[in-house]
Design a protein around this ligand. Structure first.
Ligand code: ADP
Ligand code: MG
Length: 460
């Protein structure tokens, strides 16, 4: 006759086979056989979170396996393993980086929730990054609306995950922090965890080093809302990605909200596993486009109002016109101008602005946008601007479109997928094809070669 622990060994192996290595390691590996009391098997798990999860998801199968391998067993009980005194280190390895705040709940509240994420996991939220301080324009309205929806959802999960992407300095982090602030205000009971993908990795590696991965998993998998900023950082980092994938799945399975930001769309995340990329695109994908003039001016005006600063409106218009790269640079420019006038004790003038920002202005001038290229090329070949985005394949519009793609690649630093998006959401392979085609033609067709040269000079 097999002993109880022999039964358990066999059942364990069965579970491993049935659910696969990853699931087994995440959830089932730490189940221990405690004792058998009459018809009942008592098993333990180290944390309440794990216990609840296993009860909800694997208890039936576990009972079936027990009752078939030992006919005297009728039920299975899973408990949280009582803490073993000698295993409690006086001071756990702290994961803190020092700069940590826990904005979501009071100490007392935090203590009341046993699976509350370690406050040191949480990156601090910038108090300025609120919805009130976020200026909405055409380029960011979708991302903003989606962020609001997620922040205001009380018991539902409107889309999972919410994936926000866009270039640097366009407000991704601002929106995520705004979600954090809003949830803290509206649903203070919700456990929210915000951190960068980089920090996620750093914590994961530490957990591995301190052999504390169970705790790590618990911390992440017990939150109601998980926000991971700059996910592109873990592209190419395979084991972190793997861990993130499991965390992600566990939270989605429990219908908990995930919000992720990246610098490009999920499909364009090179170095990210295919299954991860596809998961990231499951919910709502909202991109933030580069700003337009109105939005830039609106942002400057809002900053000036918040700071109760008096400044000639023409200076703001000048900045909105000339600093087109991103909002971070725009804010930086305004701050520099204000700091300068403060230092020298004179009001800001257009001249002093130009002087103080000469380096920044030059850098912004050199940047040619894809829109400008499209406009010039469309004018030159006498087609409509809308044909740059249209699906029409007639040679008369397709060729100029290819020329514009070619120039976009040459004159800007945008990636192929980026360029494709600007041309009516075309695939990067279409762009690649256009580049090859034009390069070929350029060698054979003198007229085209001259067109290209002329356009390039006009644009530069
Ligand atoms: P990202 O995370 O996309 O790189 P951030 O969220 O850090 O960009 O934004 C950069 C700076 O620009 C921040 O100071 C942020 O407050 C500001 N900002 C960006 N977009 C807006 C906006 N629409 N309204 C107000 N401020 C903005
Ligand atoms: Mg950011």
């Amino acid at each position: 006759m097999t002993t109880n622990s022999g039964h358990w060994e066999q059942i364990r192996e069965k579970l491993r086979e049935e659910y696969g290595e990853a699931t087994f390691n995440s959830w089932l590996k730490n189940i221990e056989l405690d004792r058998i009391e009459g018809e009942q098997v008592c098993m333990t798990l180290p944390t309440r979170f794990l216990r609840d999860w296993v009860l909800n998801n694997y208890a039936n199968r576990l009972r079936q396996l027990w009752t078939t391998s030992d006919k005297s067993i009728k039920s299975v009980d899973i408990r949280v393993k009582p803490l073993d005194k000698k295993n409690i280190a006086p001071q756990k390895p702290t994961f803190g980086l020092g700069e940590v705040t826990a904005p979501f709940k009071s100490q007392a509240e935090a203590a009341a929730v046993p699976t509350n994420p370690d406050p040191s996991l949480m990156a601090p939220l910038d108090p300025r990054f609120t919805f009130e301080n976020f200026v909405v324009g055409k380029s960011n309205e979708l991302a903003h609306a989606a962020a609001r929806r997620v922040a205001e959802a009380k018991d539902s999960v409107p889309f999972n995950p919410l994936y926000i992407y866009g270039g640097v300095g366009l407000g991704k982090t601002h929106l995520m922090h705004a979600i954090g602030h809003a949830i803290a205000a509206n649903s203070p009971k919700k456990r929210v965890l915000y951190l960068s993908a980089e920090k996620f990795m750093y914590r994961f590696i530490r957990a591995l080093r301190f052999k504390d991965t169970m705790n790590f998993k618990d911390q992440f998998r017990s939150v109601d809302v998980l926000m991971i900023d700059d996910v592109q950082f873990i592209a190419g980092k395979d084991s972190t990605q793997e861990e993130f994938f499991h965390t992600f799945n566990a939270l989605v399975d429990q219908n908990h909200q995930i919000i992720i930001s990246g610098d490009r769309s999920p499909t364009d995340l090179e170095g990210m596993e295919e299954r991860m990329r596809s998961r990231l695109g499951w919910g709502l994908v909202a991109d933030i486009h580069p700003t337009d003039y109105e939005l830039r001016l609106g942002i400057l005006q809002s900053k000036v109002e918040q700071g109760k600063i008096t400044i000639d409106p023409r200076i703001l218009e000048f900045l909105a016109h000339r600093i087109t790269s991103n909002v971070r640079e725009l804010e930086g420019a305004l701050n520099r101008v204000l700091a300068y006038s403060d230092l020298v004790g004179r009001a800001v003038t257009l001249e002093s602005t130009q002087e103080v920002l000469s380096d920044l202005l030059r850098a912004n001038d050199r940047r040619i946008t894809i829109e400008e290229i499209q406009k010039k090329v469309a004018e030159h070949f006498n087609i409509r601007m809308s044909d740059m985005h249209s699906a029409r394949r007639a040679r008369a519009v397709a060729r100029p479109r290819q020329v514009a793609m070619y120039l976009a690649k040459q004159l800007t630093s945008r990636s192929l997928p980026d360029i494709g998006r600007k041309f009516g959401g075309r695939d990067h392979t279409t762009v690649m094809h256009a580049l090859k085609k034009i390069e070929e033609l350029r060698q054979q067709d003198v007229a085209l070669s001259e067109d290209l040269e002329l356009l390039r000079r006009m644009l530069e």
